[in-house]
Ligand binder design. Sequence first.
Ligand code: HEM
Length: 130
Amino acid sequence: MDLKNVTSIAELLGREQIELVVSDFYNRIQIHPTLAKPFSNVHDWPTHKAKIAEFWWVVLGGKPKFSYKYDPVGKHLAAGFNAELLTDWKSLFKNVLEAHLDPEMSSTWYSRVEIIGDNLLTQDQRLHHD
Ligand code: HEM
């Protein structure tokens, strides 16, 4: 198999579609009954959206375009991340994916959400119990 010709999900979706999903998601976050509050410390939404679009682009197999520094564990701890908020976050993300993408793409992207969400929860619980 010629690995150079394997197309990533990121490329199949395209940068623009990933940016649209991310933008729609954070627009909905800002008016969400439980998620708006933890996100109220984000003041520069265009920068946050750009940073998260790059995050998903790379998670979905795209070649990095920017070199943002991420500190997801520390930032989520500070934001009051917990299991209930994660459930709401995932359900909102799923709705947005389904509104933009076909079922196959939507479930492929969502499977990454599940893995990262579980990891964030594990890290967060470790920090709370130490
Ligand atoms: C699978 C679920 C999630 C993923 C993949 C995810 C991903 C991310 C990433 C990559 C960042 C950027 C971190 C950085 O700038 O260093 C971030 C920031 C943030 N996340 Fe999440 N997140 C998830 C769930 C949640 C939940 C449930 C909450 C609720 C508290 C949350 C609240 C925040 C906030 C408030 C920020 C901005 C932090 C800041 O810039 O000060 N996230 N998230």
